[in-house]
Design a binder for this molecule. Sequence first.
Ligand code: ATP
Length: 517
Amino acid sequence: MKMAPDSLQRVFDSAFAGMRHAREAFAPQLASREVGTITSIATGIAKVSGLPGVGFEEVLKFPGDLYGIAFNVDEDEIGVVLLGDYWQLHAGDEVERRGHVMDVPVGDQLIGRIINPMGRPLDGMGPVVSSVRLPIERTAPHIMDRAPVTVPLQTGIKVIDALIPIGRGQRELIIGDRQTGKTAIALNTILNQRGQNVLCVYCAIGQRASDVAKVVDTLREKGALEYTIVVVTEGNDPPGLTYIAPYAATSIAEHFMAQGRDVLVVYDDLTHHARAYRELSLLLRRPPGREAFPGDIFYIHSRLLERATHLRPELGGGSLTALPVIETEAQDISAYIPTNLISITDGQIYLSPSLFELGVLPAVDVGKSVSRVGGKAQRAAYRAVAGDLKLAYAQFEELETFARFGARLDENTRKIIEHGRRIRACLKQPAFAPVSVAAQIAVLLALTAELFDNVPLDRMSDAEHAVREAAADIPAEVCARFDTAEKLSNEDGATIIQIARNALARFQPQPERKETK
Ligand SMILES: Nc1ncnc2c1ncn2[C@@H]1O[C@H](COP(=O)(O)OP(=O)(O)OP(=O)(O)O)[C@@H](O)[C@H]1O
């Protein structure tokens, strides 16, 4: 078939136009991939070569969707902490630079979720969808951005709220031997935040899976998961994941703090965190120091806990309260990690195994516990009674030892001991049963007014319960004044004492009836 020259020309023109268009639209997308190779693998650690440009704490991607953090950055080889199951990795495998530090999803979508420190879901409720991510390591707020701690954080535990009060933005250490009720105190505090507009983050660090399941069950059962985020690493997770857990939990909390909200973070517990870091450091051949911990062990905990604060009103006025938990061995609070944490935090709640054995629960040793900033944030109504109570309890603890030897006691000493025994009985409290402010103040006022002193010891639990129940009769306007900075007025005090006296009437010993012949 023959074609006319002009129609041939048209075909060529359109073909050239199409090619020109394709050439103009062609935008080459070249992304550089910096790739190195694994030289060796050890427990939770990989040595990588061929990546000279890697920065400290940069994320590296390994085969099988596994990530790691560059920890030791040497000229010819880098030590990488692995954040997942590393059994399938081999020497010679490819490693890719990601060009950013480790980050975690943050935001409202996380509330009520159970995640690992990388933001992956552990609750079977689908992926965590969040458009905002924050690096897990962030600098602590500047000193000029911080405001004094002025608002109390009620734990709902009588002995703590009265004698070792905690403020929003404080760091209070929970310390004690194993199985002394440390987690119970932290959980109780979370449960008590219901309706208090405090978001909670519970960070389980290297715990047994069964313990974590129990905590999650308690939170769910008591309706606390609605305002709580649970960040979990279990005992069999790689040490790298355990190491980053508290930092990730803090970044999640900081996001809410920056929005002006009050957040509570529980780190349960930092003993496992310190051990994970020791393991990593030894594997990376960093020089060991005291108790084989590396030299920067103090720094890793201080830079974590320095992130807890109360921000200035101009920055939203949010707060981050930290409750780190630490385990002691044989009540040795002068061991390396416990002393470090005692010096970093603003006070400690010490749980004594001997009190636990005696059934004094929560087993808080008031003599060894302290809150260095919470006193200023404590509600004025508590302050009216707390001082007397502390003194009376301290006197009692001193005298109790003598009483055990069966020494003959004078009337005054006997009275102090009997009063002290009633204070101890009133401060007892079952786990996961927070007490409201009104009920606490009613019990404490009744104690300082010595209303319990004639109640037989075996009826103290019922008597204390009766006063707590009667606290519901405290007029609403009096309860409203508990939340203000006003001191408890004499009239209000008298009203509450009268309510307590009525509740206790049936527990007082009845005057002996004279038998008539
Ligand atoms: N106030 C309390 N009243 C009754 N039982 C309590 C109280 N506090 C704690 N317990 C019980 O004591 C046991 C130990 O508590 P918990 O697990 O909180 O201790 P822990 O010090 O965190 O333990 P671990 O060393 O395993 O972390 C639990 O069975 C708990 O129910």
